[in-house]
Design a protein around this ligand. Sequence first.
Ligand code: NAP
Length: 280
Amino acid sequence: MPISAKTKICLIIGDPIEHSLSPLIHNAAYKALGIEEKFVFVAARVKIENLAFVVKAVRVMGIRGLTCTMPHKVKIVKYLDKIDEIAKEIGAVNTVVNENGKLKGYNTDWIGAKEAIKKVTKIRGKKVGIIGAGGAARAIAFAMKKEGAQIKIFNRDLKEAKKLAKKYECSFGSFENLDELKDFDIIINATPLGMGPYKNISPVKKEIFSEKHVVLDSVYIPFKTKMLKEAEEKGAKIIPGIEMLLYQAVPQFTLYTKRKPPIEAMRKAVEEFFKNEKEI
Ligand code: NAP
């Protein structure tokens, strides 16, 4: 059956957006379940000053799901009717479900980070350095705290690092303190450094990494960022950002479709994509 007037729309918004693999993952999942006539997942570049118009459009057009990526995850909160308790605690929403015109916000990024890391290492009791203090970092900090890690937040804007650190009763520092990561167990980049115009930048110096580290980069295009390549060369265990994206898409898929996600099909879609990846 082709897409019809009954097909429900799910939409991801961000700025930039062209790199997003969410449409690929969700559409592959619809296809695997044979529900591609019921749902379609598309993307739109939306500037932050236009966010309120988009939220209105979601309501009036009956768009089923709204996924938010950088820079909308924090600002979207004030436009919604209800916020799930965890998203409220995190202070950022990446998943909005439209139930008959009422918009409820959720956060699935924290699940993405937690599951991606737990596949590789235990989190409890580990020293975790989080680089960034925006939407992704907030979700990651929540997940790491919940799992019993000892956290430190490193951010360019020290005020933002301090705010986040206060919330989770942890320490904080600026980019000048990043060499401290040498003594940490898990290092997570939650900034856009490594993608787009920052493709050739790693927030952490190569000599800081060693075999003791597990390193997650939230950036997923390219598959292996400069930071991940250098960490791997120094013997660290690396977790590409696509793992976090996949594991956050799993609960998000269920929120939008009320169906069990076909995880293998979702993973296969991204594996195919990266097999054919040219320079992005
Ligand atoms: P955000 O809310 O806009 O926060 C951006 C963060 O990055 C802030 O801490 C900001 O620091 C920092 N930053 C921005 N530009 C920087 C630069 N040039 N140098 C140093 N720091 C810089 O964005 P977000 O939603 O947290 O997203 C951050 C990254 O995570 C993006 O690349 C996004 O694609 C990725 N992400 C991936 C997943 C996944 O599933 N893999 C999920 C969520 C996000 P200041 O406070 O100093 O401005």
